[in-house]
Design a protein around this ligand. Structure first.
Ligand SMILES: [Zn+2]
Ligand SMILES: [Zn+2]
Length: 361
């Protein structure tokens, strides 16, 4: 049998990527599925990967972990009602659904997925396998990672469910928003805006977005995911947050950048008893003020996305309660992906999300 090839974006070492011809993936385990990638994205973590910051991603690997696809082949042990031709959204977390962590709502620490192969969970635990910036992809443990796209929805409706929308939802869910709360989201990038859209589901009184990028702030406001915007390059965000909360500070905050200055600002502007979730990852260390934590009874959390609510997020999208389509500012075929890394990675041309459609001959 002659080996078929496909186009794929391959990481060759720090700052070295190219669109190469490589073999089309094949089923290796009975739990695998092969998908034709119908839509994918470039994620912020991919930018970390191509700069060489994630050593578990070896040179020669295809990058990408946020995508939708069409099933072209199913491993023999895949049950459910999946069949060839189904359109699916896929979790960035490879997980078995049966181990201790999977059964305790932490599939990102799946004992099978983290130890063997995967995408997002393997960035931390090793063995990052070929991803979705390609014409085809092999999905391990596919039965638990694939979600059928309902009739009436297209790829773009559900594209972000498997990664950034799950991440934003995770932050909003963990900070335990109550009706009438003030939620401050530090960072109005794609993940920050997903956190704002998710926070809305708990009916806070106001969602305040803070960023340096006026275009991103206005995009969030215009699309209804936040109520008030603060450009921290033009005014002192901490002072403004205190003004907007009767001098008490935020009930809840989601930090979607992961850098020391924004975590500091978030900590400083929490009300007594407030809840802060840090869902951005940019600094490996942060010095916590026990005085703040103890004297203000703060709850501070952080963590890697579990992506364990994909089914309900798809349902919320289907019923019109969530819509993140506006994040897709740039949509180009796989042919242009190297340019996409430059434009998305360097935030050129007001790019919020770079969406990749199939290769065009
Ligand atoms: Zn990602
Ligand atoms: Zn598991």
């Amino acid at each position: 049998m002659d080996q078929k090839t496909m186009k794929a974006l391959v990481y060759h070492g720090p700052s070295q990527i190219s669109l190469d011809d490589i073999p089309v993936p094949q089923i290796k385990q009975p739990t695998d599925a092969i998908l034709k990638v119908t839509t994918s994205t470039i994620c912020g973590s991919d930018i970390h990967i191509i700069h060489g910051y994630i050593p578990s991603v070896q040179p020669g690997t295809v990058v990408g972990h946020e995508f939708c696809g069409e099933i072209v082949e199913l491993g023999s042990s895949i049950g459910g009602d999946f069949k060839v031709g189904d359109r699916v959204a896929v979790s960035c977390i490879v997980h078995c659904g049966k181990c201790f962590y999977c059964l305790n709502d932490q599939p990102q620490y799946c004992e099978v997925g983290r130890g063997t192969e995967g995408w997002s969970n393997s960035m931390l635990f090793g063995n990052y396998i070929n991803g979705c910036q390609a014409e085809y992809i092999r999905v391990p443990l596919a039965e638990t990672g694939m979600y059928k796209i309902p009739e009436g929805l297209d790829d773009l409706d559900v594209l972000f469910v498997g990664d950034i929308l799950s991440t934003g939802y995770f932050g909003a869910e963990k900070c335990n928003i109550q009706h009438g709360d003030t939620v401050v989201v530090w960072g109005s990038g794609p993940v920050g805006m997903c956190a704002m859209a998710s926070a809305r589901l708990w009916s806070p009184a106001q969602i305040i977005a803070v960023d340096l990028d006026q275009n991103r702030l206005e995009t969030a406001k215009k699309n209804g995911v936040c109520d008030i915007i603060i450009n921290s390059g033009k005014e002192d965000a901490a002072t403004k947050v205190m003004e907007l909360t009767n001098g008490r500070g935020a009930d809840c905050a989601i930090e979607a950048i992961g850098l020391v200055p924004t975590i500091d600002s978030a900590m400083k502007t929490m009300r007594v008893g407030g809840r802060l979730e840090v869902i951005g990852f940019g600094t490996p260390t942060y010095e916590l003020s026990m005085a703040d934590l103890f004297m203000k009874n703060l709850s501070v959390g952080s963590g890697l996305v579990p992506a364990n609510h994909m089914g309900s997020l798809i349902e919320l999208i289907h019923k019109g309660k969530l819509n993140l389509r506006f994040l897709a500012t740039h949509t180009k075929p796989l042919n242009d992906i190297v340019e996409g890394y430059d434009i998305f990675g360097n935030k050129k041309d007001n790019c919020i999300k770079w969406v990749v459609t199939p290769y065009e001959e």
